[in-house]
Design a protein around this ligand. Sequence first.
Ligand code: PGA
Length: 245
Amino acid sequence: MEIVICESTEEAARRAARAVVDALAVRPQAVLALPTGNTPRPVYAELVRLHAAGGVSFARATVFNLDEYLGLPAGHPASFRRFLSEALLQHVDLPAQRAHAPSATEANLDVAAAAYERAIAEAEGIDLALLGIGRNGHIAFNEPGAPFDSRTRVVTLSDATRAANQPAFGAEPVPKQAITVGIATLLEARRCVLLATGAAKAEAVAQAFEGVVSEQVPASALRGHPNLLAVLDRAAASRLTRSPG
Ligand code: PGA
C-alpha cells in the first residue's frame, strides 16, 4: 500500500489523473473502473485537459462505471452514467461501445448484475479501479456491512449516503437502492487508486487505513490489495497517525 499525501486538493487530483495516464501508457487497451462524485470531478477535468493537449488517449481503453442508482430514467441529471459522460467521456476519444455502466432499469436486476460481472470478466478484468470513499467508509456503493466477497448486485443505500448525495437531486428523493460492483470485484482489479480529499473524509480514511479491517468499514478491504495507491490531500489525511509508507 502506498499513501501519497498532497499539499492541495488540486495536486491530489493531478496525482490521481497521472495514475490513469500511466495505466494507459503501459497498456493503451487498459480496462478502467471509474467513480462518480465530487471528488473525481477535478481528476476528469485534468484528464480532459491532458487529452486535448495530446497527452492521453482512451481510443483503445474500456471503461466500467462503478455504480448507478436504481430506477432513474435514462438521462436523469443525477444518473452516474450521465455524470461520467458529461465529466469525461464526451470529451475524450473512448469509443461509445466500450463505455459500460450497470443497467439499473432492467426488469431482472440480478440478471443485469451478473451480466455486468461477465462483461468485466470478458474484458479480462479491471486494470485500474479509481475509487472515492464515502464518509461512512463505503467504496463504490458497498455500504458498511457489505461482504468482502461481494460481486455486482443490488444494494440498499444508507441514510447517510442518501443525505450526502441529496444535493444532486434537489427537492427529489434520492433513490433507496443502487446497483454496484462488489468488493471482490474491486479487489481483483490489478491496481486500485483511492482518492480522498477534504476534512469530511478524514475519519473514514483513518478507519480504512489504520482501524480494524472489518466489513463495517468497506474501504478497509483495500488493505488486502497488493497494489493500492491512496492519494489524499492534507485535510483527508489529517486523522492518520502513522507516517505513510
Ligand atoms: P464524493 O463521493 O466524492 O461525492 O464525496 C464519494 C463516494 O461516496 O464514494
